[in-house]
Write a protein that binds this ligand. Structure first.
Ligand SMILES: *Cc1c(COP(=O)(O)O)cnc(C)c1O
Length: 355
């Protein structure tokens, strides 16, 4: 502590979901994909020439940008790549907000990294409560005095998604404010706002390879928006780390995004399991908002979130729990394979039937 800056001693860092190694868990706590990455990824890794690693990677990940642009139907100069979408979201704060300027606005219960990033970059922020039905309150956000917004769509951890048309109306209603749409889970909902970025110069969409592409271990994310927004991100990247996306990652992510067939097939498997598990949880008496993500937000049942979390963990099933007002009534459950989901459901039934 003696040498800590004020920031290092005072900030509350983001807390990632646990990755315990004490035993093998049915791991439904960090929204990882239960299926392996595309077989094309395996091929790239097996054929990878370690000789390539002697050289620095392409600083702007240009080859990967071309593949992303092709898959997303945009121009290459509308794409920015980073070390996970967390890094891309982080760079948005210094790129678009000022310490002595108008605040960044986001929901009270959303991806908790936004608040950490704002504090890290000394950017003022305002939080807007969610609506009763777990949705973002876009009307309240629209009327909030701020420079721009971070919108997780679908929202984490409440899982609900907002249709593309609604986001479009929102962006049009705040033409002088920036809207950063964090679409980490969008492929499980199918309402991406990427197609709107060509017409809306205040919309930046951020996506990741971690969830729907099963590449959380690879650390790759990207932003899509008009070239001037992308330019601001490049300027910030080159003030911090010129090579955030390593050479292996560039090759792997390019292969993954080119294999749309595999991606769409595994996403469909997760979505169909999500609907099955949700029906079962509703039947067990939980409140479970309709999910557009690869997880469910379940709670207000016969047992509190903490008890469910603890009992499941004892039985070898990990889910996510937050000991905070509102959130503590719920757990967040990642959708696993059908077998993993069955283990979850059997254990929940057992826990709920205990007197
Ligand atoms: C998982 C997640 C991300 C970050 O993913 P990366 O692994 O850093 O790409 C960003 N936003 C939300 C809402 C997430 O849940």
């Amino acid at each position: 502590m003696r040498f800590f800056s004020k920031m290092a001693s005072e900030i509350t860092p983001y807390v990632a979901g646990e990755q315990p190694k004490d035993k093998r868990y049915v791991k439904l706590n960090t929204n990882e994909n239960p299926y392996p990455p595309s077989p094309e990824v395996e091929k790239v890794l097996r054929a990878y020439q370690s000789e390539n690693l002697r050289l620095y990677p392409r600083p702007n990940a240009d080859g990967l940008r071309v593949e992303i642009a092709r898959a997303e139907g945009v121009d290459e100069d509308c794409v920015f790549c980073g070390n996970g979408s967390d890094e891309v979201l982080a760079l948005c704060f210094p790129a678009f907000f000022d310490a002595d300027g108008s605040p960044a606005c986001f929901a009270e219960f959303t991806y908790s990294f936004y608040e950490v990033f704002a504090q890290f970059f000394s950017i003022p922020f305002v939080k807007v409560p969610l609506k009763e039905d777990f949705y973002l309150d876009l009307d309240a956000m629209k009327n909030t005095d701020c420079k721009g917004y971070f919108i997780a769509n679908p929202n984490a951890p409440t899982s609900v998604g907002i249709p593309r048309e609604t986001v479009k109306e929102f962006c049009l209603s705040v033409p002088d404010k920036l809207v950063v749409a964090d679409e980490a889970y969008m492929d499980f909902y199918g309402q991406s706002c990427v197609p709107l970025t060509a017409e809306l110069d205040n919309l930046l969409v951020v996506k990741t390879f971690s969830k729907s592409y099963s590449l959380a271990g690879m650390r790759c994310g990207y932003a899509i928006g008009n070239p001037s927004l992308i330019d601001a991100l490049f300027r910030m990247k080159d003030c911090f780390n010129s090579y955030p996306v390593d050479a292996v990652c560039q090759a792997v992510a390019s292969a993954a995004i080119a294999d749309r067939e595999y991606h769409d097939r595994t996403v469909a498997l997760v979505v169909s399991e999500r609907e099955r598990v949700r029906r079962e949880l509703l039947a067990l008496g939980f409140t479970v908002p309709e999910s557009g993500a690869n997880f469910l937000f379940a709670g207000r049942g016969k047992r509190g979130g903490e008890e469910i979390y603890r009992e499941l963990k004892e039985a070898g099933v990990l889910v996510r729990f937050w000991n905070k007002p509102f959130l503590s009534d719920f757990v967040r459950i990642t959708i696993g394979t059908p077998t993993e989901n069955d283990v979850l459901l059997e254990n929940l039934k057992r826990i709920l039937s205990k007197e």
